[in-house]
Design a protein around this ligand. Structure first.
Ligand code: G3P
Ligand code: MG
Length: 254
């Protein structure tokens, strides 16, 4: 499926998170309804070793609870309301497990699983995520991304056919990830921050047969420019809007 992904691919960032609470089943299902070809989500481990889907290191911003995700058991995480802070109509929406996401939308759209063990880089998250992909037979329907090359390599050992996307931090901090030094590594895609994307960067990665997927793009002018430059994918909070801009961009060219 990776090789047949549209160019550009619209990835619904944390689901359709402009219109539903980020990283929830509601957000992923909305992305599916809006015909997004792909979603992005953030995977982490609970203290009892379950893979859950949440962006921040703590539950404070997106739920009615407090505390570090990696210090809480799954049962405590599941008691939290991950919907009301976004909108009261989403009251009762939960922090999903990766298994739930795979069972709900797996195979129906492409899933970029970001391996976000940034606060515990030696934990078992890469192996567990890869194991779940294998168990659900989704090797052709997912890719992994991470700012940590090590986490990508660890997941790669379990499911070597799953494509890898190396995330690059903005500016100087992401210079190494965006450099030629990564050319001989097994990453199939670079995921730079949008302000670092130039036509030259896109050409450079295309010349080593890598795709360029950039985060996070919500501005229509920037979308149009990236589409004209031949970007391979964007992560956006509003996939329906991005698909509309893409359709307009294509029709204005013909
Ligand atoms: O994968 C693109 C993007 O999600 C990376 O940044 O912080 O939103 O996970 P973040
Ligand atoms: Mg992410």
């Amino acid at each position: 499926m990776y090789s047949s992904l549209p160019r550009p691919t619209i990835f619904a960032h944390r689901g359709a998170c402009a219109h539903a609470p980020e990283n929830t089943l509601a957000s992923f299902q909305l992305a599916l309804q809006q015909n997004a070809p792909a979603i992005e989500l953030d995977a982490k481990l609970s203290v009892d070793g379950e893979v859950v889907v949440i962006h921040d290191q703590t539950v404070d911003r997106t739920t009615d609870g407090t505390g570090a995700v990696r210090k809480m058991p799954l049962a405590a995480l599941r008691e939290l309301d991950a919907g009301s802070k976004f909108d009261s109509k989403y009251k009762g929406e939960k922090i999903p497990t990766l298994t739930e996401v795979f069972e709900t939308v797996g195979g129906k759209l492409f899933i970029n699983v970001e391996i976000t063990n940034y606060a515990s880089p030696f934990d078992a998250l890469p192996f567990k995520v890869a194991g779940l992909v294998k168990y659900h037979g989704l090797q052709d329907k997912v890719m992994f991304s991470s700012f940590l090359g090590r986490s990508l390599r660890r997941a790669h050992r379990i499911v070597p056919t799953v494509p890898l996307g190396l995330l690059a931090s903005p500016g100087i901090k992401g210079g190494f990830a965006r450099s030629f030094l990564t050319r001989q590594t097994p990453y199939q895609a670079i995921h730079p921050e949008v302000s670092d994307v130039t036509p030259a960067l896109i050409d450079r990665f295309h010349s080593s047969n890598r795709r360029v997927h950039t985060y996070t793009v919500n501005d229509p002018q920037i979308m149009r420019q990236l589409f004209n430059w031949g970007i391979d994918g964007i992560f956006t909070d509003d996939p329906a809007f991005a698909l509309k801009i893409l359709t307009e961009s294509i029709s204005s060219r013909s």
